[in-house]
Structure formats: structure tokens, C-alpha cells
Write a new protein. Structure first.
Length: 445
């Protein structure tokens, strides 16, 4: 008997994204995305290894669905490649792409696995980037048309949708240059983030207009900042970092517009996005649920500022570091669930749409991933506690089903509960996969 039980109707899932697993980057009529371009540009990703092959999920999707069925996975969260469906991002539809996801969805349903579909997980069609990408307001219309195609094609079978996954990726791509499309222009990046929120609102409108049953939300990653000391400069830094991160999205999404604090700072820096009449209303179009991706927290110190905030360093002791360098802080998920309620009054359902960990640097046997088991188990315990105390958390998606292409880290970070041999592409469940199967069977940890 597990010590900690999750509610009977709680959903246990796994998550992936199109670019990270599909491969087939130029097959069957798919157009290139900004990640195809970026990873094929020298100097952008680890070892200059592009993501062309992903982990060949496009060819092996049946096997991957069967794997999920064998593990007892109840829901599969994945994303659609916009440029597989619309090679130029707008206009022409690629029927082979439409059919691919249709087969995947049918296969999932046949195996009793509920599809949970994200429209955008970072892979903007390159043709749209060439026309201004997220920086131009035209993207709102492009996204709306794409969303309409998606709901028209799959709205009869999919019951859970998300518009965007972690729109902060747009800051990393347009402001920091560390992700596709590799631009470093803060003003353009802020506008792009605003436009992404508008596109989200337009996507929700398109969903309501399509009239298909089901629910739609957005997925944000929550890395709460904890000041290293009580010093005002540490506290101010924590607040600014949160404003730059998840609050940039939550503030306008949940109805309040951009905060005074953020507006003042960006206006002073000349990087405040241009906001037109009606924008804030569109962004705040009501959603059905919120997806939260939670991996850890960040301890911030003004004296020792760490621009690579997701990897703890010696100046930011949280106490407990994982073998991959990230702080082990499972209470982060409990805090995030509370934060959306306390700070924003959010009282609709929450899904933890991603949580997971990459294999440690010293892992000897790639299948013996005990640290992942401890990590996921602890997060599930904190989720159970939040639910016991009244939070409306409906499900959990482990990141990730497969070892895959981890963006700028290429294949060097392995988040899968299933090992993938990159030579043969053979899939082998790790210890954590079998453990997760037992968690799902017994409904607890
Ligand atoms: C999340 C991303 C996902 C993957 C995991 C490790 O921020 O949404 O694609 O990179 O981190």
C-alpha cells in the first residue's frame, strides 16, 4: 500500500514535445521551423549536433504508444509541429502532417490514453520568422488560423488543449539569443512576449468558436525566486526576476494587466511592449485550467548574480543538489499551486504539466535512475498534500517519456523514463518507468 494516495480520478501522464522527439524534419512535406534552422547553425547547440532526427518518433509513434500503454500511462501530453501542418506557417495545409497526428490520436484513444495537445512548443515555422516571427503582430492572425485548422482537424477527439508551452522561451530566443531564433534584442523580445499572449487569447477564441467539447489552457513554467538574504537588494532582485519570468504572463492572463512595477521598469528601459486597445481583454480571455511546469526554485543573490539561474551554483545554497546540478526542492510544486491561488485568486483546475529531472553526471548504469524516482516521488507527495488541503490539482505529467533532444543542450541531457539508444533508437524502460507504472497502479507513492 502506498503511503500517500492521490485522488481516484487524478490523471497520471507523461509529456513530450514535437521538435524534441519527432525527427523527420523535412519529410512528407514538413516545412522547417526556427529550431531546424537554429540547431543546424554552427555554434548554437551542444556539440553542433542538430535535432534532425529527434528520436524518430515520427517513424516509431506506434511503438511509443504501445510503450505508454504497457506502463499504464493515462494521458499523453505532446505538441504539434506547426510547420508540419502548415509548411509556410500560413495558408497551405500539408495533408500528410494532418494525417500523422490524426493517426497518433487514434492510436492513443485505441489504447485508452487521453491525448493532451499543445499547439505551440517553441517551433515556429521558419517562413513566419522570415516575415517577422513573434515580433510582428501579424503572428496573432497566423496563430489564430493555425489554431482553427487544429481544432477543426482534431477537436472531435481531443479533450484537453493548451495554446502555448512556456512562452518565456520567446525571451530566451529573442532577448538572450540562447534559443531559436537566436536574436538578442530586448525590446523586440518584450513585444514578442506580448504578441504571444495575444496569440494565446486568439487561440482560446478560436477554440470557443469551433464549439468542440473539451478544455483549453496555457502552460507556464514557475520558478519562484527566493532571496538569498533579507537584504533589500536581494528581495528586489527576486521580485524583478519573477516579473521577468512567470509574472509577465500570469499578471495579464489572470486579468490584472502588466504590473505597475514591471511597467515602470520596462518603460524606464525603453522596452515596454506596445499595447493596443483591446489587447489586455484578449489576453485575459477566460481559460478552463492552468498548466504549471515546475522543476525547482531559484535562490537569488544580488551580490552573486547567476545568469544561468536554473543551475544552482556555490553562492546559492539551497542545501540539496541533484547530480545534474539543479537544486532538489520538491516543495516548489506546492508553493506554485498556492501562489496562483494566493496571488491571483485562481480557482479553476490546475494540472502539473511538466516535472522531471535529467540524469545525473555520475550515473553509472543509465537504466538505474534512482535519483529520478526519489525526485518524482517527492514532488507527488507535495502535490498530494496540496490536494489534501483543498487545491484543485487534476493531474501530473512526468517530463519526459523518452530521452530526447533537449534544445540547446542537444542530446546531452536525458530526461526520459525510457532510455533511447541514439545509434539504434531502441527504447528501454528505465527503473523509474517501472516504478511510475506501479505508482499509477497503486494510485500513490
Ligand atoms: C521545459 C520544457 C521542455 C523541456 C524541459 C526539460 O522547460 O518545456 O521542453 O526542455 O523543460
Amino acid at each position: 500500500m502506498p503511503k500517500i494516495l492521490l485522488p481516484k480520478d487524478f490523471t497520471f501522464g507523461v509529456a513530450t514535445s514535437a521538435y524534441q522527439i519527432e525527427g523527420a524534419w523535412n519529410e512528407d512535406g514538413k516545412g522547417p521551423s526556427i529550431w531546424d534552422t537554429f540547431t543546424r547553425t554552427p555554434g548554437k547547440v551542444a556539440g553542433d549536433v542538430p535535432g534532425n532526427r529527434g528520436v524518430e518518433h515520427y517513424q516509431r509513434y506506434r511503438e511509443d504508444v504501445a510503450l505508454m500503454r504497457d506502463l499504464g500511462i493515462e494521458s499523453y501530453r505532446f505538441s504539434l509541429s506547426w510547420s508540419r501542418l502548415m509548411p509556410e506557417g500560413a495558408g497551405r495545409v500539408n495533408q500528410a502532417g494532418v494525417d500523422f497526428y490524426s493517426r497518433l490520436i487514434d492510436q492513443l484513444l485505441e489504447q485508452g490514453i487521453a491525448p493532451n495537445v499543445t499547439l505551440y512548443h517553441w517551433d515556429l515555422p521558419q517562413a513566419l520568422e522570415d516575415r517577422g516571427g513573434w515580433v510582428t503582430r501579424d503572428v496573432v492572425g497566423w496563430f489564430g488560423d493555425y489554431a482553427a485548422l487544429v481544432f477543426d482537424s482534431y477537436g472531435d477527439r481531443v479533450r484537453r488543449w493548451a495554446t502555448l508551452n512556456e512562452p518565456i522561451s520567446i525571451w530566451v530566443g529573442y532577448g538572450m539569443g540562447a534559443f531559436a531564433p537566436g536574436r538578442s534584442d530586448e525590446k523586440a523580445a518584450r513585444q514578442a512576449m506580448h504578441n504571444a499572449l495575444l496569440a494565446h487569447g486568439r487561440g482560446v477564441e478560436a477554440f470557443r468558436a469551433a464549439g468542440s467539447p473539451g478544455e483549453i489552457g496555457i502552460v507556464l513554467d514557475i520558478w519562484q525566486r527566493h532571496p538569498a538574504t533579507d537584504k533589500p537588494e536581494d528581495k528586489a532582485l527576486a521580485a524583478d526576476d519573477e516579473d521577468n519570468g512567470f509574472r509577465f504572463f500570469l499578471d495579464p492572463l489572470l486579468g490584472g494587466g502588466y504590473s505597475e512595477r514591471l511597467t515602470q521598469r520596462l518603460t524606464a528601459a525603453g522596452t515596454m511592449p506596445e499595447i493596443e486597445a483591446g489587447d489586455l481583454e484578449l489576453i485575459a480571455t477566460p481559460i478552463d485550467y492552468l498548466g504549471l511546469n515546475v522543476y525547482s526554485r531559484v535562490v537569488v543573490s544580488a551580490e552573486h548574480y547567476n545568469p544561468k539561474w536554473w543551475v544552482a551554483d556555490e553562492w546559492h545554497p539551497g542545501g540539496n543538489f541533484l547530480d545534474n546540478g539543479m537544486e532538489f526542492y520538491p516543495k516548489a510544486v506546492y508553493d506554485a499551486i498556492h501562489m496562483v491561488k494566493t496571488d491571483y485568486g485562481f480557482d479553476r483546475p490546475i494540472f502539473i504539466t511538466e516535472n522531471g529531472v535529467s540524469d545525473g553526471k555520475t550515473l553509472a548504469d543509465p537504466l538505474e535512475d534512482d535519483e529520478r524516482i526519489a525526485y518524482v516521488g517527492a514532488f507527488l507527495e507535495w502535490i498530494a498534500k496540496a490536494i489534501d488541503e483543498g487545491a484543485d490539482v487534476r493531474g501530473y505529467y512526468l517530463w519526459s517519456l523518452l530521452d530526447n533532444y533537449e534544445w540547446a543542450a542537444a542530446y546531452t541531457q536525458k530526461f526520459g523514463i525510457v532510455h533511447v539508444d541514439l545509434e539504434t533508437m531502441q527504447r528501454t524502460p528505465k527503473k523509474s518507468a517501472l516504478w511510475y507504472r506501479d505508482v499509477i497502479r497503486s494510485r500513490g507513492v
